[in-house]
Design a protein around this ligand. Structure first.
Ligand code: SF4
Length: 290
């Protein structure tokens, strides 16, 4: 079987940076490192990090208190803020715990937070296009002060109250560019003076574009590797299905449906921004053996 591997498959710079920061903080395994919620959204990578002394505490949304979890922390222990970022309130809370803190928020998420904060300081109401339960969106909403809303579709736009004054529309970093464009047009019909800001990150745009490239290069099916709870991986799988080709979203090689894929001569492989190379290599090797 011929395997076409997307150029962008695997870690984006934000994820790589977060792992680097947390790993450096362990000082070769000497120091215990805690992350407030999963540092990145990939279970297998989190298991590897746990084995190297990086412990996930708290919860998926970074909402619950973590005092009990850090009970056994030493003086040299470090608390790392996740790649998805945290709200200003959460940041203050984490800093108040008295531990050394290190911020692994992806700079691209930080930029969106900055855009929201700047506009909010100028009196704008910020509307975020994204998943209201995703930690990135929960964190970003905190920068809008009391003047923030989240919409995940056009119905949510309809449900917004009448907003007086200036409005800006931003997006979660991992949304589809086409969906955002469409939603922004719809949003502008209701709020014609709204300022629309493109905040989808470059890594997401690149991965989404590469799905189309796999189809153009002759892939008869697309395998998407990555966490089932990773926003950008789930989006890649949806995008792969939109090409009309059969798509298989798997977390590891164990989930590969050999019977279903072996009928294809050429298969495209891509992976989310938090999928480590070793998982992609295993899948590619297995496919090439077929
Ligand atoms: S997907 Fe984009 S925003 Fe998210 S960590 Fe990667 S570069 Fe940063």
């Amino acid at each position: 079987m011929k395997v076409i591997r997307a150029k962008s498959a695997g870690f984006c710079f934000g994820v790589e940076r977060a792992i680097d920061i947390a790993t450096t903080c362990t000082e070769g395994g000497k120091c215990r490192v805690y992350t407030d919620g999963p540092l990145i959204h990939n279970r297998q990578m989190m298991e590897k990090l746990t084995a190297s002394g990086i412990l996930e505490i708290g919860d998926y949304k970074s909402e619950k208190s973590i005092e009990d979890d850090i009970d056994g922390a030493q003086d040299d222990s470090v608390l790392v803020f996740r790649a998805h970022g945290v709200s200003p309130e959460r940041r203050e809370y984490l800093k108040s715990l008295g531990m050394r803190c290190k911020d692994a928020t992806c700079p691209d998420v930080g930029k969106i937070a900055g855009v929201i904060k700047m506009h909010s300081n100028k009196g704008f109401t910020a509307v975020i296009f994204g998943d209201p339960d995703h930690p990135e969106v929960i964190g970003l909403l905190g920068y809008a002060g009391k003047k923030g809303f989240v919409v995940k579709n056009k119905e949510d736009v309809d449900k917004l109250p009448n907003i007086a004054g200036e409005i800006c529309l931003v997006s979660q970093s991992t949304m589809f560019t086409d969906d955002y464009r469409e939603l922004a047009e719809y949003f502008k019909r209701r709020f014609p003076d709204a300022k629309v800001i493109d905040t989808i990150c470059g890594a997401t745009k690149e991965r989404q574009k590469d799905v189309g490239v796999l189809a153009e290069k002759g892939a008869q099916a697309i395998i998407v590797i990555g966490g089932k709870h990773s926003a950008n991986t789930v989006k890649l799988a949806i995008m792969a299905r939109r090409t009309g080709l059969p798509c298989f979203h798997i977390e590891t090689v164990k989930e590969l449906d050999i019977e279903a894929v072996k009928k294809f001569d050429t298969v495209g492989v891509t992976a989310g921004a938090s999928t480590p190379d070793f998982l992609i290599d295993e899948v590619c090797r297995k496919l090439e053996e077929l």
